[in-house]
Write a protein that binds this ligand. Structure first.
Ligand SMILES: [Mn+2]
Length: 493
C-alpha cells in the first residue's frame, strides 16, 4: 500500500497540460552541462549536502579566510571571478549556470564573465538576499532563494505532518467503535458525499459499518446521478435512528444546521470536519473546521495524502467533483488548498466516470421526448426552447445543455412536466444577463426558481400555471414560456 507522489511534479504537469502556457521552444537545445558556481565554502557545503544532480559541475570561489577549506566534490575557480577562470570551464551555449551567492558584486561579476563566454546560456541565481534591483541585466536570468526553497518544502512537510496527526487521532477515536454514522447535511451535495466517502476510506470501513446517512434525501438530479455513477448510497434516517450507532461523524456540516433546537444526540458528537463558519452550541471530540477552504473534500484529500493511502479512481473522482461543484470549478471562494487538492486528485481521477456524473446517460424515453421536441424546435431571438412533455426531472437539465449547442442559441430552455409541476432548466452562453435573475422574474408569484449566471432552474405547480393561463398542454406551455423569456431577456434590462 502507499503510493508516494511528488506533489510538485503533479502540480506542474497539471498546469502545463491544462494551460499550455509554456511553448517548449527549447526542445531542440542539446543537453549541456550545468555549471554551479558557489560563493564561499558555506554555499558549496550546502549544495554538497543537497547532492549534485546529473550533469552538474560544481565549482566554488573561496572567500578570503577559506583558502584551505576544500568542499568535497568542488573544483576551485582558479583566480576567482576572472575571464581565464571561466574560459577553463570550457562553457558552450548549451550549458546552464547557477550562481549561489548573497553578494551583489559577486553576482554581477559572475554574470558578466559568463555572458562574455556564452551570451545565450541561461543563468539561475540562487540568492535569498540580493534584491531584484541588484540583479544584472541578462535576457535569460531567473532568481530564487536556495534557503527559501528548502524552507517552503519543510513548511509543506509540516502541513502534511499536521494532517497525518489528525488522521491518527481520527482513526484512534473510531477504531474501537462498531457502527459509525457518517452524517451529511439534509439533501447531501457532492462535497458532502465525496468527503463522506473519503472519511470512510480513511477509517478502512465498509458501507455496512460506516454508512453515509442524512435526515433528508438527495433530491438534486445531478447529485443522484453522482451516487448512481459511484455506486454509492446515502441512507435517509430519523434522529431516533442515530441511536443504532455508537459513533457520529459529521462531514461538511455542523450540528447547528439541524435547527436552533439541536436534537440531544447531536449536542455531543465524535467528529466534525467542515468548511462552513464555526458554530457554537455543541461538543465534538475532534473538530477540524477550516473556513478558508472552498470544500470539505479538500480537507479530506489532504488527510488521504498525508496518510499516503492508496487513492482509487472512484474516490479521487468523487472528491474532485466535490471540490469542483462547491467552488464552481475553482471559481468563487477557492483557496490555494483547493487548487492543490484538485491538481493532486486530477492525476488519479477517471475522466470517463466524471463525464458520467456530469452528463448522465439519457434514458430512451427521454430521447423520444427530445426527438419530438426537436422536430418543432426553432430559435427565436436567440432563445431555443424545447418542451418535452412528461419526463423524469434529471432529463430536463441535460436537454437544456444540449439545446444550447444549437447554432444561434444564446439561451436554451428545456421544460417538462415532473409529477405535478412544470419544471424548466435554463442555460445561457455566459455573456448575457444572469440566468438566475431571469428565472426569478418568470416564476414570480407562481412558483420557485433561481440559479447562477449561466444556469438556473424554475418550477411552477401545474395548478398555478392553469389558474393563470387556462391550460397546461404543450402548445400553451411553449407559447407562455417563450413570451415570458423574450420579455424578461430582451425587454426589461
Ligand atoms: Mn461544502
Amino acid at each position: 500500500m502507499g503510493v508516494k507522489i511528488h506533489a510538485k511534479a503533479i502540480l506542474s504537469n497539471f498546469f502545463l497540460d491544462s494551460t499550455q502556457a509554456f511553448e517548449r521552444k527549447d526542445v531542440n537545445r542539446a543537453v549541456g552541462k550545468r555549471i554551479i558556481i558557489c560563493d564561499g565554502a558555506d554555499a558549496a557545503r550546502l549544495w554538497g549536502r543537497i547532492g549534485a544532480g546529473e550533469r552538474e559541475e560544481l565549482t566554488w570561489v573561496p572567500r578570503d579566510e577559506e583558502a584551505r577549506a576544500r568542499p568535497p566534490g568542488f573544483r576551485i575557480l582558479q583566480g576567482g571571478l576572472c575571464a581565464e577562470a571561466f574560459q577553463k570551464l570550457d562553457p558552450t551555449e548549451d550549458d546552464e549556470f547557477a550562481i549561489v551567492t548573497e553578494d551583489g558584486p559577486f553576482l554581477r561579476a559572475a554574470v558578466q564573465n559568463i555572458a562574455k563566454q556564452t551570451p545565450e546560456a541561461p543563468i539561475l541565481v540562487l540568492s535569498d538576499r540580493v534584491g531584484d534591483d541588484e540583479l544584472p541585466n541578462h535576457p535569460s536570468l531567473r532568481r530564487t532563494g536556495l534557503r527559501s526553497l528548502i524552507r517552503d518544502d519543510v513548511d509543506e512537510e509540516f502541513t502534511h505532518l499536521a494532517n497525518l496527526h489528525r488522521v491518527v487521532a481520527f482513526r484512534k477515536l473510531l477504531e474501537p467503535r462498531e457502527r459509525i454514522a457518517i452524517l451529511l447535511q439534509p439533501d447531501p451535495d457532492p462535497d458532502g458525499i465525496g468527503g463522506g466517502l473519503a472519511a470512510r476510506a480513511i477509517l478502512g470501513r465498509k458501507r455496512s459499518t460506516a454508512p453515509l446517512v442524512s435526515f433528508g434525501e438527495v433530491t438534486r438530479p445531478e447529485n443522484r446521478a453522482m451516487l448512481r455513477a459511484l455506486g454509492a448510497e446515502v441512507r435517509k434516517i430519523s434522529v431516533e435512528e442515530l441511536n443504532e450507532f455508537d459513533a457520529l461523524v459529521l462531514i461538511d456540516v455542523q450540528p447547528t444546521v439541524f435547527g436552533t433546537n439541536i436534537p440531544d444526540r447531536l449536542r455531543s458528537v465524535d467528529v466534525v470536519i467542515d468548511h462552513h463558519p464555526e458554530q457554537s452550541g455543541y461538543d465534538a471530540v475532534l473538530r477540524d473546521i477550516r473556513t478558508s477552504y472552498g470544500a470539505t473534500s479538500t480537507i479530506l484529500t489532504e488527510y488521504l495524502r498525508a496518510a499516503e493511502l492508496e487513492l482509487h479512481a472512484k474516490l479521487a473522482t468523487a472528491l474532485l467533483y466535490g471540490i469542483k461543484s462547491d467552488t464552481q470549478l475553482l471559481g468563487r471562494e477557492t483557496s490555494r488548498h483547493d487548487m492543490h487538492a484538485f491538481a493532486f486528485l486530477h492525476a488519479f481521477h477517471s475522466p470517463a466516470l466524471l463525464r458520467r456524473i456530469e452528463q448522465p446517460a439519457l434514458p430512451q424515453a427521454a430521447l423520444r421526448a427530445l426527438g419530438r421536441a426537436l422536430a418543432q424546435s426553432k430559435i427565436e431571438q436567440g432563445i431555443h426552447l424545447l418542451v418535452l412533455g412528461r419526463v423524469s426531472d434529471e432529463t430536463i437539465p441535460q436537454v437544456a445543455d444540449l439545446a444550447l449547442l444549437a447554432e444561434g442559441a444564446e439561451w436554451a430552455i428545456a421544460a417538462g412536466i415532473v409529477k405535478n409541476d412544470l419544471v424548466f432548466s435554463v442555460r445561457n452562453v455566459g455573456y448575457v444577463r444572469a440566468a438566475g435573475d431571469i428565472v426569478k422574474s418568470i416564476v414570480e408569484g407562481m412558483g420557485v426558481g433561481g440559479g447562477h449566471r449561466s444556469m438556473a432552474k424554475g418550477m411552477i405547480p401545474l395548478r398555478a400555471f392553469r389558474a393563470t393561463h387556462g391550460r397546461t398542454d404543450q402548445q400553451t406551455i411553449r407559447r407562455v414560456l417563450l413570451n415570458a423569456f423574450v420579455k424578461a431577456i430582451h425587454e426589461s434590462s
